[in-house]
Design a protein around this ligand. Structure first.
Ligand SMILES: Cc1ncc(COP(=O)(O)O)c(C=O)c1O
Length: 402
């Protein structure tokens, strides 16, 4: 009998989306390494190394630090269900789809969940959280460091202050910001911080690096009721990642290889250099996009998340056609808006491996061609020229210093 399905041969796309990002060839090689048993002595060492790398990237010494076998949403769920139980109250700061997800997940627990909102394109005001917390016993304050649906970054320090004032755990979603935006889990005293493997770390999707402070660990141990999950009980899952290596579930071994290699790349580059690179590439992209006559959703430059640039779709340009042509003609994927922003914005991702000068220039050149094809008036070469201007300024002092 003949098999009607051929060998898989996916197209090689440039993923300039808010995730997943394209993957370095070194990570693909790690992914293809032989599977060993999850209790193999060699794999135990590989797990240790993975945790060492992860602690360096989170900048923490937290004991509970490991990759959850789940996508970023699993990180949200684990953080929320371990923190909250009957009788607790929590505040979720909502400024887009992913911070809203934390609120929605919170509603699956018996705790009372409050929401403090900000309009699209802006961070939540910590003062609004302070006002809501007044007179209440708040156990957890949760927010997204980088809100991927709008491209907004939130300054965490003001929220730490409010959490200190009400004795709450601070839970931070860094799915879209870890290894791209400055973050120091211990110095910033974040109680639970989680991320996603597929964004600025540029490993394949499917893992959620998570870290838990000793204070939060104590809160977990003092719970009166069981966590409403078996898979996501962080203290038990950590027994496999701790010195006892007690079987909990079979982890995605190949994904752990890939994550280890992707994190090695992050640290070879250096965290500060990587943060600076993401910033520089976004500034070049923004200069290019504005030179193409496009406007940004996030008005205040200090609120712009370096990994995701939200661009308003100009009148007369068809969202689906534009993105379809970029994909078909140039093999470049960008994302559209979600929720209330569907059809209103494009989200251009510069994450990890994709945050590179050649890719920024390629994207701008391709966008120019597609905009012109769709009847949008663009001065030829303006986008690439403006981006090159930013690079020239950024590179000249460095070159002169050589
Ligand atoms: C900030 C943020 N949090 C959580 C998630 C959910 O992650 P995942 O899709 O990997 O479950 C995403 C996904 O884009 C995200 O951007």
């Amino acid at each position: 009998m003949t098999n009607p399905m051929g060998e898989m041969n996916p197209p090689v796309r440039l993923l300039m989306t808010p995730g997943p990002s394209s993957v370095d060839p070194r990570v693909y090689r790690a992914l293809a390494s032989p599977i060993v048993g999850h209790l193999d002595p060699w794999f135990r060492d590989c797990m240790d190394e993975t945790q060492i790398l992860m602690r360096r990237i989170f900048q923490t010494e937290n004991r509970i630090t490991f990759p959850l076998s789940a996508s970023g949403s699993g990180g949200i769920e684990a953080s929320v269900v371990n923190s909250l139980e009957e009788g607790d109250e929590a505040i979720c700061c909502v400024n887009g789809t992913f911070s809203e997800r934390m609120y929605v997940i919170g509603q699956h627990t018996p705790a009372k969940i409050h929401k403090v909102e900000a309009p699209n394109g802006k961070p939540v005001d910590a003062e609004d959280v302070r006002k809501l917390a007044k007179g209440r016993k708040i156990k957890m304050i949760g927010l997204a460091h980088g809100e991927t649906s709008t491209g907004v970054v939130t300054d965490l320090d003001a929220f730490r202050k409010v959490a200190d004032e009400c004795g709450a755990l601070l839970v931070v979603d860094t799915v879209a910001s870890l290894a791209a935006e400055p973050l120091h889990v211990d110095k910033q005293r974040i109680d639970i911080c989680f991320s996603g493997s597929q964004k600025a770390i540029s490993a394949p999707p499917g893992m959620s690096p998570i870290t838990v402070s000793p204070g939060a660990e104590e809160v977990f141990r003092n719970r009166k009721s069981k966590v409403q999950s078996w898979y996501f009980v962080l203290t038990t899952a950590m027994n496999y990642w701790g010195k006892d290596r007690l079987y909990h579930h079979t982890p995605p071994i190949s994904l752990i290889y890939a994550l280890r290699e992707a994190m090695r790349i992050v640290l070879e580059e250096g965290l500060e250099a990587r943060w600076a690179k993401h910033k520089r590439n976004q500034l070049a992209l923004i200069a290019g996009v504005e030179a193409l006559g496009l406007k940004l959703l996030v008005e205040n430059p200090k609120d712009r998340l370096v990994t995701v640039t939200a661009v308003m779709i100009p009148a007369g340009v068809d969202d689906a056609k534009f993105r379809g042509q970029l994909l078909e003609e140039f093999n470049i994927e960008i994302a559209g808006g979600i929720g209330a922003l569907k059809g209103k914005i494009w989200r251009l991702g510069l994450m990890g491996y994709c945050s590179q000068k050649p890719f920024v220039l390629q994207l701008l050149a391709a966008m120019e061609k597609v905009l012109i094809d769709q009847g949008h008036r663009v001065s030829p070469g303006a986008g690439v020229g403006a981006a090159n201007g930013v690079y020239l300024k950024a590179e000249t002092p460095a070159m002169a210093a050589r």
